[in-house]
Design a protein around this ligand. Structure first.
Ligand code: 9MG
Length: 272
């Protein structure tokens, strides 16, 4: 059976990463972590040098580059065919990262840049896959009582607008991936509404990426600490997979791989 999902393994190379406590901020440790995720079934390694968690400190372009570029170069050398994602919102970082070997842009700012279209231009110039994520507000204030009239419609309208902006620069539509941005300016109820509507998002005609791994929604829902959120994360992954989600951004690659592979085989058996 042909696999119909991809697993994106999270590789944070920040000193303040929320779920690994900065344990992997050294090059060697980062590479070990990446190799483990690849062996466990990761199709994409998502490398980030600036934390996007609520309240995280901003870092300069030079600092971000110094964190991510050595990892990207080493990983590209070891794995010529691997999909390497650069998790950044800065056009300059995207450009240098792609020259170093990245071939996927994961932007929680949906290529909005600093009010310019530099990030879109970089993505179009290099013709790489891009994940356009919805968020409301800035990391420093996004969880301060976010409100929507209709969160699902707001996110759909935002995607329409960002896709239009990308296409107007000549981006290949096959490069675009959409992500509702779970936890980015959303309450627990907003997150649940969006996850329930994964199939609605998929109807826009683009692959859908879901990132819930170890997120605070499981603290709100289950009263669990970060290291106790795997069962909740797996339940959401399976729920979204069954609605057609394509890419799963996770910390726990092997567990996610096993759940989704099992679901995939069950569906195949049901359809026979
Ligand atoms: C960087 N990052 C943290 N959470 C994320 C999510 O849910 N989606 C994407 N695309 N990136 C994320």
């Amino acid at each position: 059976m042909v696999k119909d999902f991809k697993i994106m393994g999270v590789l944070n190379v920040t000193p303040d990463s929320f779920s690994d406590g900065g344990q992997f901020n050294q090059l060697d440790a980062a590479l070990v972590q990446a190799e483990e995720m690849i062996a466990a079934g990761a199709d994409i390694i998502d490398i980030g040098g600036e934390s996007t968690r609520p309240g995280a400190a901003l870092v300069s372009i030079d600092e971000e580059l110094s964190r991510v570029i050595p990892v990207i170069k080493a990983l590209r050398q070891a794995h010529p065919d691997l999909t390497i994602s650069i998790d950044t919102s800065k056009a300059e970082v995207m450009d240098v990262a792609i020259h170093a070997g990245a071939n996927f842009i994961n932007d929680v700012n949906a290529l909005e840049g600093h009010g310019d279209d530099d990030a879109i231009e970089v993505a179009v110039k290099h013709d790489v896959d891009v994940c356009l994520m919805h968020k409301k507000g800035l990391p420093e204030n996004m969880q301060d009582n976010p409100e929507y009239d209709d969160v699902v419609q707001t996110v759909l309208d935002y995607f329409e607008q960002r896709v239009e902006a990308c296409l107007s620069y000549g981006m290949d539509p096959d490069r675009i991936i959409l992500d509702p941005g779970i936890g980015f300016g959303k309450t627990l109820e907003h997150n649940l509404q969006l996850l329930r509507n994964t199939a609605t998002i998929k109807q826009m005609g683009f692959p859908v990426l879901i990132g819930v791994s170890r997120k605070s929604m499981f603290g709100d829902l289950l009263n669990r600490n970060v290291d106790e959120r795997l069962p909740g994360s797996l339940a959401v992954a399976q729920f979204c997979y069954l609605q057609g989600a394509d890419i799963f951004r996770v910390h726990d690659v092997q567990a996610t791989h096993d759940v989704l592979t099992t679901s995939h085989h069950l569906i195949g058996m049901n359809n026979e």
